[in-house]
Design a protein around this ligand. Structure first.
Ligand code: SF4
Ligand code: FES
Length: 249
C-alpha cells in the first residue's frame, strides 16, 4: 500500500504545533499500525529529519502506553483493540490517514503524538489500591470466599489498561469510565470494602482537580474503549460516591 499520512508535529509543550503530510510506500497489510510508523520514522531518520514521537511499550494491548487519534477515532477504526493491535489491513491503498495525539486539557501534549497522562497516575495514587498485610502473615487468598459473578465483574473492571481513550473520545474529556473501572474493581470485592468510602471520595476529588469534565451519558467512551469497560462501572462509582457522601463522618 502507498499512503499519505497527515501527522501532528509539535516540538514541545510550548510549540503551537501543526499537521504535516508524509508519504509512505510499500506498506504491507500484515503490518501493525505502529510498524507502519516505524517505517516512516526510519525514512525520516535516513533523510536527516526528526522522527515522529509516539508512545508505545508492550505492543500487545496490555500496558496502555499507545494512544493516537486515528482518523478522528481513539485507537483507530477497529473495535476492542489498542493502537498497537491495529493492523494495516483496516486501510487500503491510496488512503490518507490523519494521526493526532489524544486531546484533552488534562492530557497536555509533550511532543508530537505523546501526551502527559500522569493525571491518571495521580488519580490511582489517591485511592486505587488496598492495604494488605505483607509482614509474612499474609492471609490465604482462598480464605475469603467470593461469589463467582462478583469476581468476574471485578475482573472485567480490572482489565482497564489506563490508556485514556475514553477521555480522548468524550466530548467533555471526562475520565469517569477510567475512574469507574478502578473504583468498581475494588468495590465488588470484600478486600476493597475496607477503604471503599475514602477511596471513591479521594479518587473522584482528584479527578475533578485534574480538570477532567463531567459525564453526560453519551456513551462514546464505552464504544471506543479497547477493553470493553462498561458504562455500568460509572453507575457503580456514582452509587459509591453518593453512599460515601451521606455516610461520611
Ligand atoms: S476505561 Fe477503557 S478507554 Fe478508558 S482508560 Fe480504561 S481501558 Fe482505556
Ligand atoms: S503498546 Fe502496550 S497497549 Fe499498546
Amino acid at each position: 500500500m502507498n499512503l499519505t499520512l497527515k501527522i501532528w508535529r509539535q516540538k514541545d509543550s510550548n510549540d503551537t504545533g501543526k499537521m504535516v503530510s508524509y508519504n509512505v510506500t510499500d506498506i504491507s497489510d500484515h503490518m501493525s499500525f505502529l510498524e507502519m510508523l516505524d517505517v516512516l520514522n526510519e525514512q525520516l531518520v535516513n533523510s536527516g529529519d526528526a522522527p515522529v514521537a509516539f508512545d508505545h511499550d508492550c505492543r500487545e494491548g496490555i500496558c496502555g502506553m499507545c494512544s493516537l487519534q486515528i482518523n478522528g477515532e481513539a485507537h483507530g477504526p477497529d473495535r476492542g483493540v489498542t493502537t498497537c493491535q491495529l493492523h494495516m489491513r483496516m486501510f487500503k491503498d491510496g488512503d490518507t490517514i490523519t494521526i493526532e495525539p489524544f486531546r484533552a486539557k488534562a492530557f497536555p501534549v509533550i511532543k508530537d503524538l505523546v501526551v502527559d497522562r500522569s493525571a491518571f497516575d495521580r488519580i490511582q495514587q489517591a485511592g486505587g489500591y488496598i492495604s494488605v498485610n505483607t509482614s509474612g502473615n499474609t492471609q490465604d487468598a482462598n480464605s475469603i470466599p467470593i461469589p463467582k459473578a462478583d469476581a468476574d465483574e471485578a475482573m472485567d473492571a480490572a482489565t482497564c489498561i489506563g490508556c485514556g481513550a475514553c477521555v480522548a473520545t468524550c466530548k467533555n474529556a471526562s475520565a469517569m469510565l477510567f475512574v469507574g473501572a478502578k473504583v468498581s474493581q475494588y468495590a465488588l470485592l470484600p478486600q476493597g470494602r475496607v477503604e471503599a468510602k475514602e477511596r471513591v471520595m479521594n479518587m473522584v476529588n482528584q479527578m475533578d482537580k485534574e480538570g477532567f469534565g463531567n459525564c453526560t451519558n453519551t456513551g462514546a467512551c464505552e464504544v471506543e474503549c479497547p477493553k470493553g469497560i462498561s458504562l455500568t462501572t460509572i453507575a457503580r462509582m456514582n452509587r459509591e460516591y453518593l453512599s460515601a457522601s451521606v455516610t461520611k463522618d
